[in-house]
Design a protein around this ligand. Structure first.
Ligand code: NAI
Length: 248
């Protein structure tokens, strides 16, 4: 299918993990722009897979924590499509450690990549949606850590808590234009991000999850695709936890 016939979506950090699963899932209804920072080969493999499945996709490099790279990425989208219907702010990193020994550099890196990036991409996306009079959708990837806090992850929890507050605030700001903004707060999802967690810690976490297993990227992606669809028009400013019951 041609990109001209489809709505346009951008997924940040979309080359692997939850972002890649979302890109695949929404490609049934959207032309997918897969943003990546470093692994262009992996992003291209995913775009090829979407095209083989009958969809349309392209890749675009930008470090979403850097203002000039974000504005260049959105300039490309505006010049090419003059529109954007869906933004999935998915890119994120962890750099765990205790506050007492955390450097300002580590703090800033996590805040900039997980929170400032959401502000920057949302600002640029909203300009395109507003000018095109598009009732667009924004989906932000938060985390249960941002809702309930997590020792050893104060930087990440603060950033994701910021994403939750940003989601609610922007939802109120743009509801008059018909644009909706929601967040998904996953629990413990099996991706590269959690592969670096020691097995004993993983076992402990699983024990504390009522459903007694880690989640799958596809489970998050299917819900994101629902939120990205026409049937989800009456949600905004919401934070949906997908966590096997970690927060009840
Ligand atoms: P992942 O590490 O597999 O994927 C993260 C993606 O973001 C990667 O493709 C990475 O290259 C990209 N990225 C990182 N910094 C970037 C930057 N500056 N610019 C552009 N792209 C950048 O992790 P995963 O698990 O797929 O995470 C996706 C989102 O879900 C993240 O926001 C994460 O915080 C969130 N999340 C993940 C959970 C999990 O258990 N895996 C739990 C809760 C939230």
């Amino acid at each position: 299918m041609d990109s001209n016939e489809k709505k346009i979506a951008l997924v940040t950090g979309g080359s692997r993990g939850i972002g890649a699963a979302i890109a695949l899932e929404i490609s049934k209804n959207y032309h997918v722009i897969i943003n990546y920072n470093s692994n262009g080969e992996k992003a291209q493999e995913l775009a090829n897979r979407i095209i083989e499945m009958g969809g349309s996709a392209e890749i675009i490099r930008a470090d979403v924590s850097k203002e000039e790279e974000v504005t260049a990425m959105f300039r490309h989208i505006k010049n090419t499509y003059k529109n954007l219907h869906l933004l999935v702010n998915n890119a994120g990193i962890t750099a765990d450690g205790y506050v007492m020994t955390m450097s300002l550099e580590t703090w800033n890196k996590v805040i900039n990549t997980n929170l400032t990036s959401v502000f920057l991409c949302t600002r640029e996306a909203l300009k395109i949606m507003y000018n095109a009079k598009t009732k667009g959708k924004i989906i932000n990837m938060a985390s249960v850590s941002g809702v309930m806090g997590h020792g050893g992850q104060a930087n990440y929890s603060a950033a994701k808590g910021g994403v939750v507050a940003l989601t609610k605030s922007i939802a109120k700001e743009v509801s008059d234009y018909g644009i909706t903004v929601n967040a998904i707060a996953p629990g413990f999802i099996e991706t590269d991000m959690v592969k670096k967690v020691p097995k004993a810690t993983v076992d402990n976490v699983i024990n504390s999850i009522p459903i007694k297993r880690v989640g799958k990227a596809e489970e998050v992606a299917k819900f994101a695709a629902y939120l990205a669809g026409d049937d989800a028009g009456y949600f905004t400013g919401k934070v949906f936890t997908i966590d096997g019951g970690m927060i009840i």
